[in-house]
Design a protein around this ligand. Structure first.
Ligand code: ADP
Length: 580
């Protein structure tokens, strides 16, 4: 017995293995289902072909040939369906034709199983013994079926090339070229030996099933080699996860890491395999995670081998299709760069604020120094006069001297106060949390900003009894100063600055309003953008409001603005009141 039967049998087994692999990879994808259906068909066809090769007589061989039909009869529509599933373009005509093509295939199958009709064997005329077993003889409808199938396959394979709009990625292009040769050549050979040559009555060993085995093996191997397959894509989930810069992990509901991506392992400083089974409580000390947690984000620290790293942690529950909880998805973003940038921005904003104030402060310190100097010089003169003075006038000189010393001391106190206020703004780094009265902070800010306001801006304070805020006092002070300096700069000539505080339930509202030039509507949305400024270079940095916004946001508050060009601007800060 010729060992020819082994060829379709082995090919059938390869088709079965590849079909199962493709199906398991992503059974939701149409392309994968089509490819798996083609390979399942080829498996059936290959087994039947091995059996008809081994058949004891022509009658049973013919019966087995007819039994193989479900395996190959729908190859045309299935190929077309597979290729259409890859396309982003609609190809509406072709898609609409698919059901008819499947119906035609079903009709052809019926024909194979019920012929002869009208005394004619339309698809198969019978079988004849050949050197390697049996070969089938085909009828007139077979040629029709063969060319129809060939047309479908050709349209399917060439469809992507007609679509000039579609930009293939370099990875897709290289894989398509590779797949084109790996699949195209055996398919052509198979279709010639199984379809074309039988029509002309030429008998050669058939390569149809083997060509499908090569198709399945090529697709499976391309998945293995490239990590994804153009023809039978999976959902790309793994590829996406591995290319993310953020650390991503799936944890069991009881808080153990089930899988993690490479970025998380990098961040932790350990190999990916070592992240598995680690306890979330060890990785994220101090973070309480409940598996039924709604989607949320928080800033916390990740315990890495290099020490704690500041991160933002986003969590979301993962559920199966039935809605049952599978675990917890964690996304961890390294905050080190952001924290450095934030501190840099805060520093530069502070420096800018100090810079803006420097001129006024120099002037301000100059005044007390001037009268300290004048008083001390006068006192020095009186000291010499005193040495030669008579008693009566000496008492007078002592009195005068005492008031000069008082003046000088007041000057020293003023200069010291200014220096103290300014020092508060040169502080760099994150501030400790404390409870403070915003009214007192506003008072101090108005004192510091006095050089900008004096003589031209009338300050109207309407402070309510608002209790305390809990937060970084210096940061909030910087926000107030930015708003007050902006308001002062917006007032050309004389004007009014109204500063009011008010308690609204659990929130403290702070309003800083001016009757200055206002903000043009087109700029209103942009004033919180970093580096947006309408002030001349050297005067504005455009950082004040963006930093203020960030500070207020971090304190759980918000900042709103209303403005009428030419009439004035009002900023409203809302901050949570500290618990009593
Ligand atoms: P800077 O003051 O350095 O320009 P800011 O971020 O503090 O940066 O402000 C951005 C812009 O917002 C200012 O350039 C100005 O055009 C506008 N602005 C802010 N406050 C006021 C205000 N009270 N009145 C008018 N315009 C304002």
């Amino acid at each position: 017995m010729a060992p020819y039967f082994l060829l379709p049998l082995v090919a059938a087994l390869v088709c079965l293995a590849c079909g199962v692999a493709i199906w398991l990879r992503d059974s939701d994808s149409t392309a994968n289902r089509c490819a798996a259906a083609l390979l399942a068909g080829a498996t059936h066809w290959g087994v039947c072909e091995a059996l008809w090769t081994l058949a004891p007589d022509a009658a049973s061989a013919e019966w087995r040939v007819r039994a193989s039909a479900p395996g190959w009869i729908a190859v045309g529509p299935l190929c077309l369906h597979l290729f259409l599933a890859q396309e982003t373009r609609s190809w509406r005509g072709l898609r609409r034709a698919l059901p008819f093509l499947y119906a035609l295939a079903a009709g052809a199958l019926l024909l194979v199983w019920t012929e002869p009709w009208l005394g004619v064997h339309w698809m198969f005329a019978g079988v004849e013994p050949v050197a390697w077993g049996f070969a089938y003889r085909v009828g007139p409808a077979y040629a029709l079926w063969y060319f129809g199938t060939l047309l479908c396959v050709t349209i399917g394979i060439t469809a992507p090339f007609w679509d000039a709009q579609r930009q293939l990625s370099p990875a897709e292009t290289s894989q398509r070229r590779w797949l084109g040769t790996g699949i195209g050549v055996p398919l052509v050979l198979g279709s010639v030996t199984d379809g074309l040559l039988p029509i002309f009555g030429v008998d050669v060993p058939r390569l149809g099933v083997a060509s499908f085995a090569v198709f399945g093996a090529t697709v499976t191997w391309s998945t293995h080699r490239f990590g994804f397959s153009v023809l039978t894509p999976s959902s790309f989930a793994r590829e996406i996860l591995e290319s993310l810069p953020e650390g991503v992990a799936l944890a069991t509901p009881d808080g153990r890491v089930r899988v993690a991506n490479a970025s998380l392992a990098d961040l932790l400083g350990v190999p990916v395999g070592d992240v598995r089974e680690r306890l979330l409580a060890d990785l994220l000390p101090g973070v309480h995670l409940a598996a039924d947690l709604a989607i949320g984000a928080q800033e916390c620290e990740l315990a890495t081998v290099h020490g704690p790293v500041p991160v933002t942690l986003s969590t979301a529950p993962l559920r199966d299709k039935q809605g049952a909880l599978l675990g917890l998805v964690l996304v961890v973003r390294d905050l080190r760069e952001l924290a450095a940038l934030r501190s840099q921005l805060l520093t530069s904003a502070r420096l800018a604020a100090v810079g803006e104030l420097a001129a006024g402060i120099a002037h301000e310190i100059n005044n007390p120094l001037a009268y300290i100097g004048a008083n001390l010089r006068a006192l020095r003169e009186q000291w010499s006069t005193l040495a030669s003075a008579e008693k009566g006038s000496a008492v007078e000189l002592f009195d005068e001297g005492a008031s000069m010393l008082d003046d000088a001391l007041e000057g020293v106190d003023r200069a010291a106060a200014i220096v103290r206020d300014v020092r508060a703004f040169s502080h760099v780094g994150s501030d400790a949390l404390e409870r403070f009265d915003p009214n007192l902070v506003l008072d101090r800010v108005l004192r510091v900003a006095a050089p900008h306001l004096r003589h031209r801006v009338r300050v109207v304070r309407r402070f309510g009894d608002v209790g305390a805020i809990e937060g970084a006092r210096r940061e909030i002070e910087q926000v107030f100063l930015n708003l007050v300096v902006n308001a002062a700069q917006a007032i050309e000539g004389a004007g009014e600055l109204r500063v009011a505080t008010q308690l609204n339930g659990r929130e403290i509202e702070i309003r800083i309003a001016d009757d200055g030039r206002g903000i043009a509507p087109e700029n209103l949305e942009r004033i919180f953008d970093p580096f947006f400024t309408t002030k001349p270079a050297g005067e504005g940095t455009g950082l004040g409001l963006s930093i203020s916004h960030e500070i207020v946001r971090r304190h759980g508050g918000r900042i709103q603005v209303t403005s009428v060009p030419g009439r004035g601007t009002e900023f409203t800060l809302t901050l949570p009141a500290a618990l009593p």
